[in-house]
Design a protein around this ligand. Structure first.
Ligand code: G4P
Length: 191
């Protein structure tokens, strides 16, 4: 998505070779017009898939998912990150390992909001190692719903998440795929 790539080139801040900060339009301040355009693009890519529910994970996925949901005409469910040791029987639950933050946490979704007849699209801001998406896909599987695929804003294609998930059969659509980046040479997009 050219508009997004241009914005990343202009406003993205590269930290080392692995971290891309996009706080000015995605992760802290949010450019809602851009989110709306991204929502339209997700709808274009997943048109005909009969998506009736969007599943994301707190916190940064929520805003993007909400604007996308306007285009799909469906509700958003967000998985909650839980610190609790006692996970209730009323939730679907998966463990997610965050490489960035070096910890494992549970993500939970109430059984009330996912059902076997649902067709679910996952939405998230970044795809790096793919742990968050793997956890969300596990929750969809527990519910018996159909997983349509995943819509990602920025995929760091030099990290293994995207390739692994596609190899497992997940349809992953990323609006911008970063092939490489460095503080000196900037960003190279994969396509
Ligand atoms: P993974 O889900 O693909 O395995 O990613 P990983 O564990 O490596 O990343 C953990 C968190 O860091 C995720 O946010 C992810 O979106 C974010 N992240 C990963 N790489 C980058 C990056 O280059 N830039 C930015 N800005 N974020 C990155 P999270 O822990 O779920 O936090 P939240 O912001 O959604 O609350």
């Amino acid at each position: 998505m050219e508009l997004l790539k241009q914005r990343i080139r202009e406003d993205g801040v590269i930290k080392g070779t692995e971290v891309l900060k996009v706080d000015s339009f995605l992760n802290h301040q949010m450019d809602v017009e851009l989110f709306d355009a991204m929502g339209a693009e997700f709808k274009r890519r997943f048109s005909g898939c009969e998506v009736n529910k969007i599943l994301t994970i707190e916190a940064s996925g929520i805003g993007i998912a909400c604007l996308a949901a306007r285009h799909f005409g469906c509700p958003v469910v967000f998985a909650k990150k839980s610190q609790s040791r006692n996970i209730s029987d009323n939730v679907f639950c998966a463990k997610v390992e965050s490489f960035t933050h070096g910890k494992v946490y549970d993500v939970v979704v109430s059984r009330e909001y996912l059902h076997p007849e649902d067709k679910v699209l996952l939405i998230d801001d970044f795809l790096a190692n793919g742990e968050a998406l793997r956890g969300l896909a596990a929750i969809v599987a527990q519910s018996g719903a159909q997983l349509v695929g995943a819509g990602i804003v920025i995929e760091k294609a030099f990290q293994p998440g995207g390739a692994n998930l596609r190899a497992q059969g997940m349809r992953v659509e990323s609006l911008a795929r970063v092939a490489a980046m460095s503080e000196d040479e900037g960003i190279t997009f994969a396509d």
